[in-house]
Write a protein that binds this ligand. Structure first.
Ligand code: GDP
Ligand code: MG
Length: 390
């Protein structure tokens, strides 16, 4: 499965609603803490421009030229301050975060949830304070794992001559930290590599904080904008958040599914079907006002920001027939893969199949019919035929 993104935040901030909107699955949604005990996994989509329109084709795998590229979404159990010390659901949530490549931090912008995740009157809690707690919890969780074994770790590095990067990465493997992450962070910090026993507690926390930022970049989603005061929204946007309404997105996607409207996720507006009741029309009118103000519900924007900005991914379309842009069965542009910027045709070959990767010869750019060598850098939207040894 493709790249994993986690929805995290306080209980009641609207994670499961967001999750339901983007996966349209039936998860438990309720107005009390810890409704979501186990992480829910589902398929959500990044929104891209399908190449078929520009080529004056209709591939049949997109919606009016909008292509939805699958990602994995994880709805993580709610976190409270001091979760890293075992409070609330304790450390379990952190396990849910391990495979996540990035985090969407869902914040209740309406101020209707206190810091522990309990419902309070709307406007009575300042959501600005919620921003930093999640980063802090993840950092302290990582620091805790390192500190618990620091003495033994230091001895290993000294006695067995192990590389410090390897040792730290092995220790934090459960948190999804790789040797590459540790290398990058250590090169930014001036720490005596051969003497981990003299690293101070603060330095270990700083190291953990940088590892967190490296391995789990975060998008802030200021949720419940249909309820929140403009002041709260402005403050959160100033702090970098994307204004969103998960509940509105659920309504739109269900209405689209049921045929009441036509709504392509991420669009700034929708089209009403002619036979709606007055009540339906009125409800949709309110939604339209909200969308006009914000350029949409913000939900798809959060995913796209995460996929294309934070994670720096591109979409690539492998095909079997570079003239008809089809696979063996004649399906046009059947697959869309997310790949790290800088990926090569050979990397793509390995994603399609290990055997194809191993027997890779060269690739062909379906637009230009140019031959692409194994070191060629793929671009966003490329359509590629891979030629391998038969
Ligand atoms: N008004 C409003 N309420 C929302 C929105 N998103 C979620 N909620 C409500 O907030 C409460 C908690 O939502 P839930 O998704 O279960 O939160 P979680 O604990 O973070 O998973 C529920 O009553 C939801 O209906 C939203 O965009 N607007
Ligand atoms: Mg939930």
């Amino acid at each position: 499965m493709a790249v994993s993104i986690a929805l995290a935040g306080k209980p009641n901030s609207g994670k499961s609603t967001f999750f339901k909107a983007v996966t349209l699955s039936n998860v438990e949604i309720a107005n009390y803490p810890f409704t979501t005990i186990d992480a829910n996994h589902g398929v959500a989509y990044a929104r891209a421009k399908c190449p078929c329109r520009e080529l004056k084709l209709d591939c049949g795998n997109c919606r009016e030229g909008v292509r939805f590229v699958p990602i994995e979404m994880i709805d993580v159990a709610g976190l409270v301050p001091d979760a890293h010390k075992g409070k609330g659901l304790g450390n379990e949530f952190l396990d849910n975060l391990r495979q996540a490549k990035a985090i969407i931090h869902v914040i209740d912008a309406s101020g209707g949830t206190d810091i522990e995740g309990n419902p309070v009157p709307v406007g009575s809690h300042d959501p600005l304070g919620d921003i930093s707690f999640l980063e802090h919890e993840i950092t302290m969780w990582m620091a805790g794992i390192l500190k618990r074994n620091w003495e033994r770790l230091s001895r290993k590095v000294n006695a067995e001559g192990l590389k410090i990067e390897e040792t730290i990465a092995a220790q934090l493997e459960g948190a999804g930290i790789t040797e590459g992450h540790v290398k990058t962070v250590l090169s930014n910090m001036r720490l005596p590599r051969d003497k981990p026993q003299v690293w101070t507690e603060e330095q270990i926390v700083e190291l953990s904080d940088q590892l967190r930022a490296q391995s789990k970049p975060m998008v802030l989603a200021a949720n419940k904008i249909d309820l929140a005061s403009q002041e709260n929204i402005d403050h959160l946007v100033k702090a970098g958040a994307i204004p969103v309404s998960g509940a509105t997105e659920v309504v739109l996607r269900l209405a689209d599914k049921g045929g009441a409207i036509k709504y392509i996720p991420g669009d700034p507006d929708f089209v009403e079907s002619p036979k709606l009741s007055d009540a339906q029309k009125e409800a949709l009118m309110k939604i339209r006002v909200l969308m006009k103000k914000n350029g949409g519900t913000g939900i798809q924007k959060c995913i796209n920001e995460t996929v294309f900005k934070l994670l720096d991914l591109i979409v690539v379309y492998p095909v079997e027939d570079e003239n008809r842009l089809t696979d063996k069965q004649g399906k046009m542009l059947p697959d869309a893969f997310l790949m790290k910027k800088g990926s090569t045709p050979k990397d793509l070959a390995f994603i399609v199949h290990t055997d194809i990767g191993k027997s890779f010869l060269y690739a062909v750019d379906a637009r230009t019919k140019m031959r692409l060598g194994e070191k060629h850098e793929l671009k966003n939207g490329d359509i590629v035929k891979i030629v391998s040894v038969k």
